[in-house]
Design a protein around this ligand. Structure first.
Ligand code: ZN
Length: 112
């Protein structure tokens, strides 16, 4: 994946269609892009409660396509869990279940 916002949005769109039934925010409901900073070392983060939902990947830490895809799917899982009504889920059971669901659907197959 090129580290461009357009490439990131394209990956998001593909993952959304394949693994989330197209249910995650798109178009004007989504503000997605790369940033180049440490932010306490986080690779990526998202703000599902905002409108548009904001997703950021750290170009200073993410180098490979696998890293980018895994980080993006991780953030998309947060958004999905939030949309299911589990607004304080963090990395607890609801998030873990969503990641397992993605794994079973083959989302990580070529990345891990
Ligand atoms: Zn997380």
């Amino acid at each position: 994946m090129q580290q461009t916002d357009a490439a990131l949005r394209q990956y998001y769109g593909t993952f959304n269609k394949h693994y989330f039934n197209g249910a995650l925010p798109t178009g004007k409901g989504l503000d997605i892009g790369w940033v180049k900073r440490d932010r306490n070392g986080d690779e990526a983060w998202c703000y599902p409660s905002e409108n548009p939902v904001r997703v950021r990947l750290n170009a200073g830490l993410i180098v490979t396509v696998s890293q980018a895809a895994m980080a993006l799917l991780h953030e998309m899982a947060h958004i999905a869990v939030y949309m299911q009504g589990h607004k304080q889920a963090k990395h607890g059971p609801y998030f873990q279940m969503e990641m397992l669901r993605l794994a079973m659907a083959g989302a990580f197959r070529i990345y891990w």
